[in-house]
Design a protein around this ligand. Sequence first.
Ligand code: DAH
Length: 351
Amino acid sequence: MPLPCAAGFTSRAAMIEEIKQAKARALRAIQQAATADDLEKVRIQYLGRKGIFKDLLAGIPQLPADQKPAVGKEANLARKAVEENLNARKNQLGAAKPKAVKETFDITIPGTRPQYGRLHPITRAAYELIDIFARLGFEVVYGPEMELERNNFDALNIPQEHPARDDFDTFFIQDDILLRSHTSPVQIRTMQQRKPPLRIVAPGKVFRRDTPDASHYPVFHQIEALAVDENITLADLKATLDTAMKAFFGPDTQTRMRPSFFPFTEPSAEVDISCTFCGGKGCKTCGGKGWTELLGAGMVDPNVFKAVGYDPEKYTGFAFGLGIDRAAMYRFGITDIRLLFDNDLRLLGQL
Ligand code: DAH
């Protein structure tokens, strides 16, 4: 704004009016200043060496002597008011720092995408299996990971000196309590609490003193199944497994049983499914066999019924124990069980 030449003022009144207006403009500019930089510009404009007030004061000496004091006083008051307002506004802006941040905030920059969590493949496999067996009429029950030796071994027809204990002998906590080596003791716990008929599945962690390699880990997961009633036969077992495996691995999945031995079942079987990698043709993963071993199964041994007080002449039953980790590996195409326990997000993020 061009300044009126101070020397051109003709009267005291006109000059005082000019000072008042300059002061009013200065105070408005101070209030409108949004940053310390803006404020500094206002200060220079009004109070600087070549500022507006300098110009105004420069006109005073040219006034008639009797007018000088009044105009001088007005000019000093105005100048003081502007200085005080500048200081006050400066403090205000200092306290309200975020305003400066706001200026540099660019709302067009894309935000940081949060990572989505998802269920671990073992959990997913467990949930799906539970869901499948629930639809087949099985109830879900749980047993403790610390188990009595009696439930883990003796009641399952594995007496003290039986060689089958070697595979399972594991982490003992005290003489008669151990970390369970399989989920089969949940069969015992359930039968001791209930009368037949019953159909249960029991998922959970199990522990063995295995050295980790591509197919072993000292902690892994099983889902145990038990059905007890009058007239349960091996055909019920076979049909249940076949239906469940097709539901889990896909409708083309075949199931086969090979004779085997478990102390708690008679007869016993190892159950294979057709290899999910090659569809049964034979590949590297199944060692060219076209089949992969997935679980142990059989008809409940009469000695187990006796241990829980069921009449083996009246009731029959089937049982099986399936490795959840192994099922997850076949299902999701993972060839090393250790990957399931590394918690490496590069793997988990893909599944
Ligand atoms: N408990 C066995 C194991 O951990 C698996 C098993 C085999 C469970 C046969 C059963 C069964 O219920 O009938 O190796």
